[in-house]
Each structure stands twice: as structure tokens, then as C-alpha cells.
Design a protein around this ligand. Structure first.
Ligand code: AMP
Ligand code: MG
Length: 410
């Protein structure tokens, strides 16, 4: 078994990703299916919202200046000539000494400029007594007060929230151009693997990577399709990779990515397309790689589950997010905290160290083996030790990338 002769630095892999990975095209999607999708175009309001002046209160529409001396003792008297209801055209015009009973949301009738609240009035047959001076324009929602015509309501790149769908409805959008989601094939390989959901017998292990990768891809806005687990059968794996490269935007392959006799993946990718990177100065994901088959990106993820997660976090995740028009940055929350004890690393490679956060201090987890996926379950997050450092001393302030969106307890 031969090792890697040279390992590419993490920053060079990331630079290659920036150069080679492009945002996917936009596709039209019905408005109601766009929550969580990335807007592909700027949206402008074609018309003002609301498109008419409207009552903001239940009461009486009239000419506000006529109420200027009104008090409880000296009410101003108006003749009610009709009513205005939301969604109905009121064809009356309010003249001097006249008023129209109006409900919230109704278009303000012609001639009126003010709404007096119903609480400030007394009604007697056709007559309305106004008991309170009401300034001109009071309780009227102006045309365009919500959204002025021609303003940009949402910019391209926006990850649409439920309330954005409301605003898009208001400006008349029925179909929205959103960035196509990255289609991601997940192929885990290894003779020892069985599909998750069964307890493995002797010499077998459950495929831990497919389920984890599927969830990561969904989190990053991609659409995963699980192809494996596949046995270490070169022809079979080659055929599945070739097939996946036809429909997928990214193919993720876990296992068989190193330099041993059963590590078929690098050779297959080189045959089908180009293997640009094989071997990265990153612990615990040294046997990672990156290539292309046609326009499809292929990421080689080491089979060890922690290595697989690490390689996804560093390389696959940014690709899925960039293709989908999302920020390439980690979707983890950074927190700056002191180390409880030294964090040892080796200069020349990047380290992905799982840590716990206890009482405001960062505790490196003793188990650093790449096969111990439960170390990531016990961890609150990870610290990245850059290639030029051989670690951090106790009490050094480090950035913890929290796996959860919520602060850890303890
Ligand atoms: P490989 O990268 O194929 O050399 O695998 C390295 C180690 O990771 C071996 O101990 C494999 O059994 C283990 N492994 C590979 N793929 C998976 C997987 N999908 N789930 C859990 N462990 C795996
Ligand atoms: Mg293997």
C-alpha cells in the first residue's frame, strides 16, 4: 500500500472550488412552493401596495377639517350618505357636511380625506355626531404606504421566508424564478457495509455515511439521492458513478478513496473524467479528493465517518451551497472562547478538532480517531487549527463552530 506523495493544502482546494463551481440556472416555481428556495432574480413592485387609499379603522369617512372644533360638548354634525365595505366599489362622493360609514380596509370614498373612529361618534338615524377633532388624513392608509411602485421588494440570492411569499403575493408574483437545487448523488462503497436500518452481523457494519450525508445535503438546500451502499466491485462502482454523473450536479463517493488495492475510486474518476485533487493536508480527511466528470463535480470522501463529515464540511458542503446560490460559508455559528487545555496539532495540515463547550471553555475531545463518529455526537462543535500552527496553548481564544444553532448547555 502506498501513501500520498503530496497532499494539496486545504486553501488550494477551496480556491479550486471557487474557480470551478458555478451557480446553477434558475427555474420557474409556483409561488407556494418557494419557501426556503433561493430567489434567482430581483423582484420589483409593478404597482403600489395598497393600490388605493384605505380606511385603517372602522368609523366614518369625511373631510377632516370639518371636525376641527368638535368636542363631546360641541359635536360636529354630519349626514351619513352611505357605507363603504372592503372589496366593494363605493361610487358616492363625500361633500361638505357629509360622511360615509366605513370599515377597515375599504377604499376611501371620493371627497373624503379622513376617518373618524367609530368610538368618537354617536349615530342617530342618518345623522352622525363627531365628538373629537380628527386631523386631516388620520386613520387613512395611503396608497403605496406598504410598498411603493417600482421599489425592489426582494433581491436575488434571498433565501425566501414564509413572509416573503406574502410580499410576493402582494406584488402579483404567481411564478417565481428560483435557483435550481443541486442534485446530489450519494454513493457509499465498502464490502463490509449494509444498508442502515438493520443490525449488522459479524464482519459487517451499517452504512453510517449515506444517512448523514443525506441530511447534510438537505440542510444545504440540495436534493440527495442515495445510490449505495455498493460492494468494492470496481466495474459495478464505475458503472454507478458514470450513471450518476449523467443526472447529478455533484456526486459524493464515500469509502475507497485512499491509495490501497481496494481503493478503486480515484482511478475510476480519472478514467471517467479528471481527478484534479487526491490527498489533502487535512486531518481527519487526508484521503479526500475532488474531480469532474463532464460538468458534474465529484467529491471523494474518506469512508471513516468523522473523515467523511470533515470532508463534507470542507469541500462538498460549499459546492452544494454555491451551486444552489447560497452563501458558501459554514452554516454553523462561530463562537470565540478560551481553551481549557492545549490543543495539539501538526504544522503543515489543517486540523478539524471536535470539542465540547463546558462553562464557557473549550474542551478538546480526547477521542480523535476518525472512525469514532460518536465523537461528533458528544461534541458541541469543532475548532479548525490552521496549517501554519502546531496547535493552541491552554487559554488561547479559539473559534468554535457550533454544530447546533442553539448555544450548548453547561
Ligand atoms: P475506506 O475509506 O473505504 O478505506 O474506509 C475506512 C473505514 O471507514 C473502514 O473502517 C470502513 O469500514 C469505514 N467505512 C467506510 N464506509 C463507511 C460507511 N458508509 N459507514 C461507516 N463506516 C464506513
Ligand atoms: Mg472501504
Amino acid at each position: 500500500m502506498q501513501g500520498f506523495r503530496d497532499r494539496t493544502q486545504v486553501e488550494d482546494v477551496l480556491a479550486l472550488i471557487s474557480r470551478r463551481i458555478e451557480r446553477l440556472d434558475v427555474e420557474p416555481v409556483a409561488l407556494r412552493n418557494t419557501a426556503g428556495r433561493v430567489l434567482g432574480e430581483e423582484i420589483r413592485a409593478g404597482a403600489p401596495v395598497p393600490a388605493f387609499d384605505r380606511a385603517a379603522m372602522d368609523g366614518y369617512a369625511l373631510q377632516g377639517h370639518e371636525t376641527k372644533d368638535a368636542t363631546v360638548r360641541t359635536p360636529a354634525l354630519f349626514h351619513c350618505i352611505g357605507e363603504a365595505r372592503p372589496g366593494h366599489l363605493c361610487n358616492l362622493t363625500v361633500g361638505p357636511g357629509e360622511t360615509i360609514q366605513i370599515t377597515t380596509g375599504s377604499a376611501l370614498p371620493r371627497g373624503a380625506d379622513t376617518v373618524v373612529r367609530v368610538e368618537s361618534t354617536q349615530r342617530e338615524g342618518p345623522m352622525v355626531r363627531v365628538l373629537e377633532a380628527t386631523a386631516v388624513g388620520r386613520h387613512v392608509g395611503r396608497i403605496g404606504e406598504d410598498i411603493e411602485a417600482e421599489t425592489v421588494v426582494l433581491s436575488a440570492g434571498r433565501v425566501l421566508r414564509p413572509q416573503d411569499l406574502g410580499v410576493l403575493s402582494a406584488v402579483g408574483a404567481g411564478t417565481v424564478a428560483v435557483v435550481r437545487q443541486s442534485r446530489v448523488a450519494v454513493i457509499s462503497t465498502g464490502d463490509e457495509l449494509i444498508t442502515a436500518g438493520h443490525l449488522p452481523s459479524a464482519y459487517q457494519i451499517a452504512d453510517m455515511n449515506s444517512g448523514m450525508l443525506e441530511a447534510l445535503i438537505v440542510r444545504d438546500g440540495g436534493v440527495p439521492r442515495i445510490v449505495g451502499p455498493l460492494p468494492d466491485d470496481r466495474d459495478r462502482i464505475r458503472a454507478e458513478i458514470a450513471e450518476a454523473a449523467r443526472w447529478a450536479d455533484v456526486v459524493l463517493i464515500s469509502g475507497g478513496t485512499s491509495t490501497g488495492p481496494e481503493d478503486h475510486i480515484p482511478g475510476i474518476v480519472a478514467e471517467l473524467g479528471e481527478l484534479v485533487i487526491h490527498g489533502v493536508a487535512l486531518r481527519p480527511a487526508g484521503p479526500a479528493g475532488l474531480g469532474f466528470i463532464g460538468r458534474t463535480a465529484v467529491v471523494l470522501l474518506p469512508g471513516n465517518p468523522v473523515s467523511c463529515l470533515c470532508a463534507y464540511d470542507f469541500f462538498a458542503g460549499p459546492i452544494v451551497r454555491l451551486q444552489g446560490g447560497r452563501p458558501r460559508n459554514w452554516p454553523y455559528r462561530p463562537m470565540s472562547l478560551p481553551l481549557s487545555r492545549p490543543l495539539v496539532s501538526i504544522a503543515g495540515r489543517v486540523d478539524y478538532a471536535r470539542v465540547k463547550v463546558e462553562q464557557g471553555q473549550v474542551e478538546p475531545l480526547a477521542t480523535s480517531g476518525a472512525s469514532i463518529l460518536s465523537s461528533t455526537t458528544r461534541a458541541d462543535g469543532f475548532v479548525v487549527v490552521p496549517s501554519e500552527l502546531d496547535g493552541y496553548p491552554a487559554n488561547a481564544l479559539v473559534t468554535v463552530w457550533l454544530y447546533d444553532l442553539f448555544p450548548p448547555s453547561g
